[in-house]
Structures are given as structure tokens and as C-alpha cells.
Write a protein that binds this ligand. Structure first.
Ligand SMILES: [Zn+2]
Length: 398
């Protein structure tokens, strides 16, 4: 069987290239898989090699790119993209049949659904709602995520689905005009990323966590930070976070409770998928990967409950990429559970030699499966360079 070499792609870019031409193009690069967005959020994307359509695209927010069976869903229902042609790209790729198709599914990061259902969004320690982040502690949100994954994989013969944001979003995630004149740091981001919505508080109380005093304590610590005279430096923030986790047993239990919930959700999704469809989870969108726990992702537990962890090892150099993978492996302990996503262009691995060195290093760690980000965003020159690197790499690692 051909090795997993996948290209992340947006349906609008595949449509723009023409499905058949897109497949020819990808196969010529030595790539046999496509990871196609099936559920995706808003953005503003520059399309360097667009043939038609906008050079800068603002995709519809929080929509799905397939035909959902809406009667299966409960109170939270997915919104299909308004253009039937773009919803048909998945069918056309499957019908073409020359690429293995993987469904890239953003789960709980959905501002459209958060605005429609504010009662199910994450709420920070001060009670402020984050409309872009549905909280998985709510049974209704859990049901939505489970149904979306099952719906997609029952209707379409995908090789795998790749779930992104199965847990809580980190505090900083590039919201529209996100801005602050307080310098962010890992401690502040971690504290502002915790959810104290009614479902999380009820679950914490059930686990014996003194949740009200924990909430008061964290709010007071954040207030002290915000009203203080200066920002924490990165190293100070890391030490603060470590100390809080060691000294505050309720905080540690609260973090563990969040991880248990995300693992339960992922395990339930695995059980709901057809045997023919594998489950991959992107457990984090943060740097470094081992900060995944901030989002509720326990790398080791997730690996035990999925077929793959698909890790965005997004770093500017090969050595940082390899170090990030190595740190991840210390938790996961099984390289055959890891797929790597690499970005063969800015802001990451800028030249072919760096990409080859990163892939070689990951291969030496036991990682054999690679995906690349992203067809429509990379310059044509970067796609050509990727093709060249893959030809060399796959010849050297048969
Ligand atoms: Zn919550």
C-alpha cells in the first residue's frame, strides 16, 4: 500500500482547480491522499495560484461541506454551505477514486453555532462567553460532535476523519480583531482558557472539586496579574503555571476532569464510526505540542482511544520540528500512532532541504505518515519543491 502522504485542501480550491485536474496535480506530486475540509470556520485566505474566483477568500463561517442528514441531530444542527457545487466536491473526489479521501472536521470551534446557542459555549472564570468555542461538557454539544462524525462517515466512504478541536479552544486563537494591550503569556492564556460554564462547574462539584473557591482563587490571581504594573516574562509565566499545577490540587483535578471528558468524546466517536473509517485526532493547535493539555487533550489517553494522533509539528526549523515530535513521543510512547502535519512554506520549513531534514528526523523517530499544509495557500513554487522533496525522500525510504 502506498504510504500516507496527504495534502490538506479546502473544497473551494479543489473546485477552482477542477476535481480531475486537482487529482492529476496531486498524484504528479507523489501524493496519494487528500485531507479535505468537511466542517470549517471563517478566515481570510490569500490564494496565490487561484485560477478563477477570489484571490482573497472569506469562507462562510462554521459550515459543513457535505450534505448532513439533519434529522439525526438534536438541538445543535450543522449548517451546510450555501453553494451546492462546493458541497459536491467530496462526492466528486470519491467518485474520481484515485485519491484516498480523509475528512478534516473542525468540531467544537464554531462561532456560528456558538452565537446560535450561547448557553452551550465555554465561559471563562469571570463568566464571559467565548462564542467561538462550544463546551464539550454539555451533553448537547457531546451529542452534536458524535452525530456530526457518525453522519459524515456513514454517508461517505472516507479513509479516515481528522478531528480538530475536540476540546476547548485555547484563549488566544485569532478571533476577528483579537487585540490586547496586556502582553499574553502561557499562564494568563491557560487561566483565561479554563471553562467555568454551568456544565463544567456541575461536573467538577460531582468530582469533589471545591469549584467555587477554585473559581474565586483563579479570578483573584488573574485580577492581580491584570492590575499589576507589568507583564510576566515568558519564563516567569511558565514557572507560575507549573507552580499553580503543583500547589493547587483542585486545579490539577479540574484539568484532569477536562481531559477525561475529551477522551470520552473521542472514544465515543471511535465507537460510532464504521470499521472501514479510521479516526485521527489533531489534539492541539498550540506550540509546543505538549501544551495540548490546555485544550483538554491528554496525548497518551487520546492515542489509546484513536487510530492516529495527527500532530501539527509546526516549527520554523527541522531541529525544532524533531524536538517537538520527540517530546510528544515521550507522552505517547508509540510512534506508529503518530501522523505528522508539516508546512513546507512560510512561516515554517522554508526550503526543500529543511523539509527533507525534518522528515528524515521524524522517520528516525518511527513516524512514517506525513501530511502537508495546504494546497491552496502554498505558492506553486512551494508545491513543486514539496513534490521534489517527496520524490527524494520516498526513494530513500522505500
Ligand atoms: Zn464548560
Amino acid at each position: 500500500m502506498k504510504p500516507y502522504r496527504s495534502l490538506y485542501a479546502y473544497p473551494w480550491d479543489v473546485l477552482d482547480a477542477g476535481v480531475s485536474h486537482f487529482v492529476d496535480d496531486v498524484l504528479a506530486m507523489g501524493i496519494h491522499d487528500v485531507t479535505l475540509a468537511m466542517s470549517y470556520h471563517a478566515g481570510k485566505f490569500l490564494r496565490p495560484h487561484a485560477r478563477r474566483g477570489p484571490k482573497v477568500i472569506f469562507p462562510e463561517d462554521g459550515v459543513v461541506y457535505f450534505e448532513p442528514a439533519l434529522t439525526r441531530y438534536g438541538e445543535i444542527k450543522p449548517q451546510p454551505h450555501s453553494d451546492p457545487e462546493i458541497r459536491g466536491v467530496l462526492d466528486d473526489l470519491l467518485e474520481d477514486g484515485r485519491l484516498r479521501v480523509h475528512g478534516w472536521t473542525v468540531l467544537l470551534h464554531n462561532t456560528r453555532l456558538g452565537q446560535l446557542h450561547p448557553q452551550f459555549t465555554a465561559h471563562n472564570v469571570f463568566g464571559d462567553s467565548y462564542p467561538y468555542s462550544l463546551c464539550p461538557m454539555h451533553d448537547e454539544v457531546f451529542h452534536y460532535a458524535l452525530t456530526l462524525s457518525a453522519d459524515l462517515t456513514r454517508q461517505y466512504p472516507l479513509k479516515s476523519i481528522v478531528l480538530e478541536t475536540p476540546g476547548w479552544l485555547p484563549y488566544a486563537h485569532g478571533y476577528h480583531h483579537e487585540f490586547s494591550q496586556v502582553r499574553s503569556n502561557v499562564w494568563l492564556d491557560a487561566m483565561l482558557g479554563l471553562c467555568f460554564c454551568p456544565a463544567c462547574c456541575a461536573q467538577a462539584a460531582q468530582k469533589g472539586i471545591a469549584i467555587e473557591s477554585l473559581q474565586r482563587r483563579i479570578a483573584a490571581r488573574i485580577d492581580a496579574c491584570l492590575t499589576g504594573p507589568s507583564d510576566l516574562s515568558p519564563d516567569q509565566a511558565h514557572v507560575n503555571l507549573q507552580k499553580d499545577m503543583e500547589r493547587d490540587s483542585d486545579l490539577a483535578a479540574f484539568i484532569a476532569m477536562r481531559q477525561t471528558r475529551v477522551t470520552q468524546l473521542v472514544a465515543a466517536i471511535r465507537r460510532a464510526l464504521p470499521q472501514t473509517c479510521q479516526l485521527a485526532v489533531i489534539p492541539t493547535v498550540q506550540r509546543p505540542s505538549t501544551l495540548a493539555w490546555l485544550e483538554g487533550s491528554d496525548l497518551s489517553a487520546l492515542a489509546a482511544n484513536t487510530d492516529w494522533l495527527e500532530m501539527p509539528f509546526y516549527e520554523p526549523t527541522a531541529s525544532r520540528t524533531i524536538a517537538d515530535a520527540s517530546a510528544t513521543l515521550q507522552q505517547v510512547k508509540n510512534a506508529s500512532k503518530l501522523r505528522a502535519i508539516l508546512r513546507p512554506g512560510p512561516p515554517d520549513l522554508g526550503d526543500g532541504a529543511e523539509l527533507n531534514e525534518a522528515m528524515d528526523g521524524l522517520q528516525k523517530l518511527g513516524i512514517r505518515d506525513f501530511a502537508f499544509y495546504n494546497y491552496g495557500l502554498l505558492r506553486r513554487e512551494r508545491l513543486d519543491a514539496l513534490a521534489g522533496t517527496l520524490k527524494t525522500f520516498d526513494a530513500e525510504h522505500p
